[in-house]
Design a binder for this molecule. Structure first.
Ligand SMILES: O=C(CO)[C@H](O)[C@H](O)COP(=O)(O)O
Length: 223
């Protein structure tokens, strides 16, 4: 089964970003996870579309762009220069016309992702499966780093894995985001997750270096 590591750049030290990015390149991470917030869909603001444009100039690691914004389709024009391996992920809860918005991502030439808040049941994506490349299960309520895992989301990962396998969509990747600590990554691995977003509780944990953390994280998710 495919396993991928995606450090969450809202947790990187922005004062040392170029230095730390080189460490992530050295550790061969699979994606850079970029949270874009609007202070409406979630009560916070972090990274921006300009940040993405700046990143493109200094690294070629594929981007995993997580739009935590209302009506994301109004902002897709900022993402016209995406690469085919980049993921653009919108929230199911953030737009009335979710099917149309997913089609617009496809037209941008990126991988198509949908995110579900902890309180949103997986059944809502049943009719969207043919249009998806990945499903992001939020394992905390989105908006802030450093929160505690919501335990019921572990079972949700397992139920989604089952739903994808049984419906013939096992090629859709399951992504997990929120308190993906070393311990929780093990549990998420058992449930069948594919893409692991590592933030303050793993890849950017202050007790060890980024390289050591990536090494430990890789051992868990690739085991
Ligand atoms: O999406 C996020 C918050 O909404 C962050 O990517 C994630 O929570 C960061 O990781 P950690 O929980 O380990 O600090």
């Amino acid at each position: 089964m495919e396993r991928k590591m995606a450090p969450s750049l809202m947790c990187i030290d922005l004062m040392n970003i170029e230095h730390d990015l080189r460490l992530l390149e050295k550790a061969k991470v699979d994606y850079l996870h970029i949270d874009i917030m609007d202070n409406h869909f979630v009560p916070n603001i972090t990274l921006s579309f300009d940040f993405i444009h700046g990143l493109r100039k200094i690294t070629s690691i594929p981007l995993d762009i997580h739009l935590m914004i209302n009506n994301p389709e109004n902002s897709f024009h900022y993402l016209k220069n995406c690469n085919p391996e980049d993921i653009i992920c919108i929230h199911y809860e953030a737009t009335t016309h979710v099917h149309r918005a997913l089609g617009m991502i496809k037209d941008l030439g990126a991988q198509v992702g949908i995110a579900l808040n902890p309180g949103t049941p997986i059944g809502v994506i049943e009719d969207l499966l043919p249009d998806l490349d990945s499903v992001l299960i939020m394992t905390v309520n989105p908006g802030f780093a450093g929160q505690k895992l919501i335990p019921s989301t572990l079972d949700k990962i397992a139920r989604l894995r089952n739903m994808l396998d049984e419906s013939g969509y096992q090629n859709i990747l399951i992504e997990v985001d929120g308190n993906v600590s070393f311990e929780n990554a093990k549990l998420m691995h058992e449930k069948g997750a594919n893409i692991y977003v590592g933030g303050s509780s793993s890849i950017f944990h202050k007790e060890s270096s980024i390289i050591e953390n990536c090494h430990k994280f890789r051992e868990i998710i690739y085991s």
